[in-house]
Design a protein around this ligand. Structure first.
Ligand code: NDP
Length: 313
């Protein structure tokens, strides 16, 4: 039986609806949560991401502000900007869009963000809260992974979970969240021996690698839930054929656009997995939804009020 396709777009819409309702309730109490997005220079991909984030804020009724220092900005200038945002009361969340230009000390800038406003959840204080199961701000993409599992009624407690990838942004926090939800967690990386064998133990397999279609059917235990975090762009027609030959809809889109998005999971896995997130339309939409959620959560936590019910992580 082909895998159940987990509809991330629908789940993200549900979350955005819940966030919008919460924003409305807060507005009645005279509070409008605000997100500041710092976009340095003119990275085209970053500009697209930031546009999406600002639009999503408008849709759920959040206040948003885009700050656009020039490509030549120095570490000191960005630190001053972040300090100013830290002080401002109408800003609850601060997001510094990565990557930053080479001359900037990105770690220092990220460390300068007030942990209470760190809606990306990257600050070591929030990393510490996550690993000690205290309330804090959780990185958006891994939080989205957990939302997909929980809202699809896929049990986590007591399950074997394998996460491929150990980045600070995705792999490690995803592993920590699964552990906090009582899974038995294995984290794999580029030095892992017998990666297919380790992955085949997984009842929940999370791929956060950044390699097109690397997770083939021999990595997957029949019936496993496979969460594909990867977002890779294919432009080479031969590579496209290797993954999508015979998929008429994709072929037409590829011909028109000259590129397609593929995850870290090979399409053939749909025939063996029990449930699978598609790319696009799986984890991706959750990232922005969880950013909206985190902004509301930060606004509530800063004011000492109860964190919205929506929080399942
Ligand atoms: P990183 O490059 O920071 O980390 C990749 C991880 O994969 C590393 O831990 C690396 O191991 C591991 N890895 C690389 N090659 C192999 C291999 N051959 N075998 C086993 N492990 C390997 O990437 P990110 O975590 O930032 O992102 C991962 C993917 O998720 C990317 O495709 C990215 O685009 C996507 N992404 C999607 C988001 C979304 O909204 N859906 C948001 C963020 C990311 P090692 O540590 O040993 O080098």
């Amino acid at each position: 039986m082909p895998a159940l396709i987990l509809d991330g777009t629908k789940i993200a819409q549900d979350i955005r609806g819940e966030v919008a309702a919460e924003v409305k309730t807060m507005a009645a109490a005279g509070v409008r949560p605000g997100l500041a997005v710092v976009l340095v220079g003119h990275n085209p991909a970053s500009e697209i991401y930031v546009r999406g984030k600002v639009k999503a804020c408008e849709e759920v009724g959040l206040y948003s502000e885009k700050l656009t220092p020039p490509e030549t900005a120095t570490t000191a200038e960005l630190l001053a900007l972040v300090e100013d945002l830290n002080r401002r009361d109408n800003i609850d969340g601060i997001l510094v869009q990565l990557p930053l230009p080479a001359q900037v000390d990105a770690k220092r800038v990220l460390m300068a963000v007030d942990p209470a406003k760190d809606v990306d959840g990257f600050h070591p204080v929030n990393v510490g809260f996550l690993s000690t199961q205290r309330p804090g701000l959780v990185p958006c993409t891994p939080a989205g992974v957990i939302e997909i599992l929980k809202r699809s009624n896929i049990p986590i407690a007591g399950r074997e979970a394998v996460v491929v990838g150990r980045s600070d942004i995705v792999g490690k926090p995803a592993a920590m969240l699964l552990l906090n939800a009582n899974a038995t967690v294995t984290v794999c990386h580029s030095k892992t021996h017998d990666l297919p064998g380790v992955c085949r133990r997984a009842e929940i397999l999370v791929a956060a690698i950044g390699r097109s279609g690397m997770i083939t059917h021999d990595f997957v235990k029949p019936g496993a839930t496979v969460i594909d975090v990867g977002m890779n762009t294919i432009t080479d027609p031969a590579e496209f054929q290797r993954f999508f030959a015979g998929n008429a809809k994709r072929e037409e889109a590829f011909r028109k656009k000259g590129s397609t998005l593929i995850g870290d999971v090979h399409p053939e896995v749909a025939a063996i997995a029990g449930a699978l997130t598609p790319v696009p339309g799986g984890v991706g939409p959750l990232t922005i939804a969880m950013l909206m959620f985190n902004t509301v959560k930060a606004a509530k936590m800063r004011r000492g009020s109860r964190v919205p019910e929506l929080s399942r992580v």
